[in-house]
Design a protein around this ligand. Structure first.
Ligand code: ARG
Length: 446
C-alpha cells in the first residue's frame, strides 16, 4: 500500500486513516483536473525562479498533461491507501519520472493546493450555471413576449387581486435571474483570485512569483495576504453558495407557482402529459413531480450557505481539517442546481397557457381597481370612487369590461423585456470567461 506523503517511521492506525479520509477521496475526484492545472502553473513558476530546470519542467508538464487527459475521460483513480488527489498526482509523477516528481511540491502545501483547486473548480461550475441560467432566461423572455396579451388574475394573500398577464409572469422570473446572476458575478469575482503561494497559510521562504501563477491560471488578481488566502477557505464556498441559493430561490418560487397554476382549481397552465407522473391507485392523475422535486431540491440548496457557515463557524485563522467537510456539501451541489435549471427550462419551453382564464366570471373583481381609476379619471375623487365601487360590489352590481390600460414601464402594457435583456447582456459580458478559457488552454498546450 502507498505511503502517505507525510508518513515517517510509524504507520498510521487503520481506523484513524478511515475516519480522517472519510468521503474525501470521492470528493477529490471533482478536483482532479483542477489540481493538475494548478500544478502546471506552479511548476512553470518554479522553473522561472530556478527551482526546476527547463528539462525537468518539460518532462513534468508532459506527464501532467497526460494525467489531465485521463481525468478528463473520467478515468482518474485515487488508489487504495493514497490519501487524496494531491498525493495521487505526486505519486504518479514520481513513479514515472523518479526524483523529478518529488520536486513539484517545493514552496507549496496541500492547504494552498486545495484552495486553488476549489477556486478553479468553482469558477468552471459558475460558468456552466451562467450558461444554463441564460438559456432559461431567454426562454422566459420568449414566452413573456409570446403571451404578453394573455391576461390572468394577480393575487395578494392568494386572494384574487388585480389583472396580471402571462407576459408579466414569465418576464418576472426572467428579471429575477438578472438579479441572481448579479449576485453570482460578485461571488465569481471573489472566487477568481489566486490563493496559490500562500502555502500552509504563511507563505514560503522561496521567492515565489505569485503574479506569474495568477496570470497563468487566468485569475483576476490574488488573495494577497497569505493568512487571508487561507481564511478564504469556507468563505469563498459560503459566498458562492449564497449566490446559488439566490438562483435556487427563484426556481423554487417558480416551481410553486407552476404547481399551483397547473392544479385543476386554477387551470392556468398545462404541462404536456409526458412531463407528468401518475398514481398507482388514481387512474386520472397527472402530477407535476418535476416542479415538486425542483422545489425541494432548491430549498435544500438554500440551506447550503447555512450548512457551510455551521461547519466553519468560529474557527480561528489558519488551516483546520474541519474545512475538508465543506467539500461534501459544496461540490455535489452544482450538479443538483444544474439539473434543476435544465428541467425547469424544459418545462417552461413546453407548457401551454390557458388563453381564456378570464371568461370565468369569478375573476371579474380583478377589474375593481380599473373601475375606480376610470371614475377617478372622469373627475370623481379617488376615495369616493373607491367607496362607490366597493358598495356596488357588495350589492352585486359590479361590472367592468375586461380591459386594462396599464402602459407605464414594467406593467402589462409595457413589459420592458428589451431593457431587461440589456441588463442581462451586460452581466453576461462582465464575467469575461474567455480570459479563463485561454489561460487554461495555454497550460494544457492546446
Ligand atoms: N483533504 C484536505 C482538505 O480538504 C487537504 C489538505 C490537507 N492539509 C492538511 N494540513 N492536513 O482540507
Amino acid at each position: 500500500m502507498a505511503q502517505k506523503l507525510w508518513e515517517k517511521n510509524v504507520q498510521v492506525d487503520r481506523d484513524i486513516e478511515k475516519f480522517t479520509v472519510g468521503k474525501d477521496r470521492e470528493m477529490d475526484l471533482f478536483l482532479a483536473r483542477y489540481d493538475i492545472l494548478g500544478s502546471i502553473a506552479h511548476i512553470t513558476m518554479l522553473e522561472s525562479i530556478g527551482l526546476l530546470t527547463r528539462d525537468e519542467l518539460d518532462r513534468l508538464v508532459e506527464e501532467l498533461r497526460r494525467i489531465y487527459a485521463i481525468a478528463e475521460k473520467g478515468e482518474f483513480v485515487i488508489e487504495d491507501g493514497v490519501e487524496d488527489v494531491h498525493s495521487q498526482v505526486e505519486l504518479m509523477l514520481t513513479r514515472k519520472l523518479g526524483d523529478i516528481g518529488k520536486k513539484i511540491h517545493s514552496g507549496r502545501s496541500r492547504n494552498d493546493q486545495v484552495l486553488v483547486d476549489l477556486k478553479l473548480f468553482t469558477r468552471s461550475e459558475i460558468k456552466e450555471l451562467v450558461t444554463l441560467c441564460y438559456r432559461l432566461f431567454n426562454i422566459l423572455v420568449d414566452q413573456s413576449e409570446k403571451y404578453k396579451n394573455v391576461l390572468m388574475p394577480g393575487y395578494t394573500h392568494l386572494q384574487i387581486a388585480m389583472p396580471s398577464s402571462f407576459g408579466l409572469w414569465f418576464g418576472a422570473y426572467a428579471e429575477s435571474l438578472v438579479d441572481d446572476l448579479t449576485v453570482l458575478q460578485a461571488a465569481y469575482r471573489i472566487c477568481n483570485r489566486n490563493p496559490l503561494g500562500s502555502a500552509a497559510g504563511y507563505g514560503s521562504s522561496f521567492p515565489l512569483n505569485r503574479t506569474m501563477t495568477t496570470r497563468l491560471l487566468g485569475f483576476d488578481s490574488m488573495d494577497y495576504n497569505v493568512v487571508y488566502a487561507q481564511m478564504g477557505r469556507g468563505k469563498t464556498e459560503r459566498i458562492v453558495a449564497s449566490a446559488m441559493a439566490s438562483i435556487a430561490a427563484t426556481l423554487s418560487k417558480l416551481a410553486f407557482d407552476a404547481c399551483l397554476f397547473n392544479s385543476q382549481n386554477f387551470g392556468f397552465i398545462k404541462l404536456p402529459d409526458e412531463y407528468t407522473t401518475g398514481s398507482s391507485i388514481m387512474p386520472h392523475k397527472k402530477n407535476p413531480d418535476v416542479f415538486e422535486l425542483t422545489r425541494a431540491r432548491c430549498n435544500k440548496i438554500q440551506a447550503l450557505p447555512y450548512e457551510i457557515t455551521l461547519i466553519s463557524n468560529n474557527l480561528p485563522s489558519g488551516y483546520f481539517r474541519d474545512l475538508q467537510i465543506i467539500k461534501e456539501a459544496f461540490l455535489p451541489s452544482f450538479s443538483n442546481l444544474k439539473e434543476c435549471l435544465v428541467m425547469v427550462t424544459q418545462m417552461m419551453t413546453h407548457l401551454t397557457v390557458n388563453q381564456h382564464i378570464l371568461d370565468d366570471d369569478k375573476y371579474k373583481l380583478i377589474f375593481s381597481v380599473e373601475e375606480v381609476n376610470r371614475l377617478t379619471l372622469s373627475g370623481v375623487p379617488f376615495r369616493d370612487a373607491y367607496k362607490k365601487v366597493g358598495l356596488d360590489i357588495e350589492a352585486g352590481k359590479f361590472d367592468h369590461d375586461k380591459e386594462v390600460h396599464h402602459s407605464h414601464e414594467g406593467s402589462i402594457g409595457n413589459l420592458c423585456n428589451d431593457r431587461i435583456q440589456l441588463l442581462m447582456q451586460q452581466i453576461i459580458d462582465g464575467f469575461n470567461f474567455h480570459k479563463v478559457e485561454n489561460a487554461e488552454q495555454n497550460l494544457l498546450g492546446r
